[in-house]
Design a protein around this ligand. Structure first.
Ligand code: KG4
Ligand code: ZN
Length: 344
């Protein structure tokens, strides 16, 4: 075993407590994810303070399990890579503080990474050849962003949601339809039996000449379709058939907008590749639509396996190049909530 070979990745930006060990070549030796979904489910969404406390409870056992799976001792680590932005600041602080403790006690470098960029780098981890330059799409519970990715280390934000993220819209609509949390998988399941043309929901910003998104109006449209504009029929129970049609129509509206904006970005940048990531990419209808778009535009759309789309620490391998370049962070590195806003 040579030195400077093993890296510990830590991810706590939202409601997944995750750790991974990878080597200098990016090979993953172990990756453990402890989801908090069941804990947040009764609240219908992620409760930031609950997430922080759960990270505190879970993180060290998760790291222990990860090191055990990789058959490594902490003393064999060469650096610790941690997502320090963007996300829930209290949740990030738990992972970042643990990372600093490892760095300080083991006297190894601390490397901070951007969680959203890491989602796109996950695509590189599924391929031998470079997937850069590329257009990048990240659609999750907290983000709906389009990037121009010049290289594995250069990500230029070209558009984002001006209100709700796509995953947030799935979660809120799921609450309206009483399908529970997390909403995405439940809506997807219900949509399978529905007619996507049953309701004409808005496709906000679809014709605007930019790369921005808006899903708040769509969510309100579903609310009105269920309860009426004055919420007069709020005690009405929806039939299974209605829930299926509402789910399918909503899901299609989200997909149409995402595909239209990706198409616009591909037309504008003419990239060879498009990288996609984030929990919403677990949606099979969206995955198919993205691959179809790739075929039509002759762009190589890289859709990672589900486990690399949702939050994980393996994608912290994006930090390896910072290590190689000697770009280490100080022990007072900040946790930055950093909600990405792009103004065109
Ligand atoms: O990336 P992620 O695991 O966590 C962050 O938000 O960073 O994404 C979680 C989001 C949730 O809003 C969830 O409803 C959505 O991804 N999601 C889905 C599906 N699976 C998860 N949305 C649509 N269809 C799915 N199958
Ligand atoms: Zn994420």
């Amino acid at each position: 075993m040579s030195e400077a070979n093993y890296f510990l990745g830590i991810e706590t930006t939202c409601d997944e407590t995750a750790a991974a060990v990878f080597d200098r070549s990016g090979t993953i030796l172990a990756s453990v994810v402890a989801s908090q979904s069941a804990i947040h489910a009764p609240f219908g969404g992620v409760v930031p303070e609950v997430a922080s406390r759960e990270h505190m409870r879970q993180l060290l056992p998760v790291i222990d399990r990860t090191l055990a799976q990789a058959s490594l001792k902490p003393s064999q680590l060469s650096a610790v890579v941690v997502a320090h932005t963007p996300g829930l600041v209290g949740a990030i602080l738990v992972g970042l503080t643990a990372a600093k403790a490892f760095a300080a006690t083991l006297r190894i470098p601390l490397i901070g990474i951007n969680h959203v960029h890491a989602h796109l780098y996950a695509c590189q981890m599924t391929r031998q050849e470079s997937v850069f330059p590329s257009v990048g799409l990240v659609v999750s519970g907290g983000h709906t962003n389009l990037f121009w990715c010049e290289s594995a280390n250069q990500y230029q934000l070209i558009g984002c949601t001006i209100d709700d993220a796509a995953g947030e819209a799935f979660d809120k609509v799921s609450a309206i339809l009483k399908l529970g949390y997390p909403g995405g998988p439940n809506i997807e399941r219900a949509a399978k039996a529905g007619n996507s043309k049953a309701y004409q929901f808005p496709r906000s910003k679809i014709h605007e000449d930019n790369f921005d998104f808006s899903f708040s109006g769509l969510k309100t449209a579903v609310l009105y379709a269920v309860h009426g504009p004055n919420q007069k029929t709020s005690d009405r129970t929806l039939t299974e058939h209605e829930v299926a049609d509402l789910s399918a129509s909503f899901q299609q509206a989200v997909i149409d907008v995402i595909i239209a904006k990706c198409k616009r970005a591909i037309k504008h940048y003419r990239p060879k590749h498009m990288c996609v990531g984030g929990g919403v990419v677990a949606n099979s209808a969206l995955r198919s639509a993205l691959l179809e778009l790739g075929k039509k535009t002759r762009c190589d759309v890289v859709v990672p396996p589900m486990s690399m789309c949702t939050d994980n620490a393996a994608m912290a391998a994006i930090g390896i190049s910072k290590f190689e370049a000697g770009q280490f962070d100080p022990l007072d590195l900040d946790a930055i909530s950093g909600l990405i806003r792009y103004t065109s």
